[in-house]
Design a protein around this ligand. Structure first.
Ligand SMILES: Nc1ncnc2c1ncn2[C@@H]1O[C@H](COP(=O)(O)OP(=O)(O)O)[C@@H](O)[C@H]1O
Ligand SMILES: [Mg+2]
Length: 234
């Protein structure tokens, strides 16, 4: 199977104050292993919603989504949470680092959560500590491991968030406007980092952005238009 991700006829409506807002209207898409796919479209079109659905953070109103052939919404909540923690990484626009912890501790956090999981026995704290340092070195922050988020620049904070997203060796990483808060120079360098990680680790990235220029650094671009996905020619 080449595809790691497959979404079929995804619909998503939000109900608020007695009104229904339909954001996704029968969206289909496939992502192959090892690709960097950009999801573009103007603000409010449903990019974040789609990433949450594909990453098993939320359920659609209708439709199905498969991760490595597993039907995400047929899983029980607990199984879905386990799969999400082990197979999926998330990177967000505002980093969401825990301010009272160092870069090193922030990166370790998702791995510490799995420590009691029998499938991951052997992932002991000492191993996780060392792995977190290696991840921080890989994202270019080997000299900043003991800094807290307030002592880091925006670009550095996002690198920490990327290292954190990768600590459990996810097969797929969803990044929602990962450079939305960064200047051009830092955006470019974060994209270079993502491309390097993708090549070295063969990980798949799905990146939502309203900055269309960024999309050129991916393998494919998918545009959300009126609740459906359209493949952009490159
Ligand atoms: N939890 C929610 N409840 C109600 N409406 C929401 C919710 N999340 C998103 N929306 C609405 O759905 C639409 C799509 O939002 P979003 O997926 O965040 O778009 P994008 O990421 O492309 O900017 C927007 O109109 C937004 O206001
Ligand atoms: Mg968004």
């Amino acid at each position: 199977m080449r595809e790691i991700l497959k979404a079929k006829d995804i619909c998503k409506s939000y109900f608020e104050a007695g009104r229904e807002l339909t954001v996704l209207k029968g969206l289909n898409l496939e992502v192959n292993k090892g690709e960097i796919v950009f999801v573009v479209g103007h603000s409010g079109v449903g990019k974040s919603t789609l990433l949450h659905l594909l990453g098993a953070l939320e359920k659609p109103t209708a439709g199905e989504s498969y991760l490595n052939g597993v039907n995400l919404y047929k899983l029980k909540e607990q199984e879905r949470a386990k799969l999400r923690n082990e197979k999926v990484g998330f990177v967000f626009q505002f980093y969401h680092l825990l301010p009272e912890f160092t870069a090193w501790e922030n990166v370790m956090m998702p791995a510490l959560i799995t420590i009691n999981n029998p499938d991951r026995a052997g992932q002991k704290t000492a191993v996780i500590k060392e792995k977190a340092i290696k991840m921080l070195e890989e994202v270019g922050l080997g000299e900043r491991v003991n800094h807290r988020p307030s002592q880091l620049s925006g670009g550095e904070e996002q690198r920490v968030a990327i290292a954190r997203a990768l600590i459990n060796d996810p097969e797929i990483v969803f990044a929602d406007e990962p450079t939305g808060n960064l200047d051009t120079e830092n955006s470019r360098s974060i994209m270079q980092l993502i491309r390097g990680l993708n090549r070295r680790r063969k990980q798949t990235f799905v990146i939502a952005t309203h900055q269309e220029k960024l999309g050129e650094s991916g393998d494919r671009m998918i545009r959300i238009v009126d609740g459906k996905a359209i493949e952009e020619g490159k």
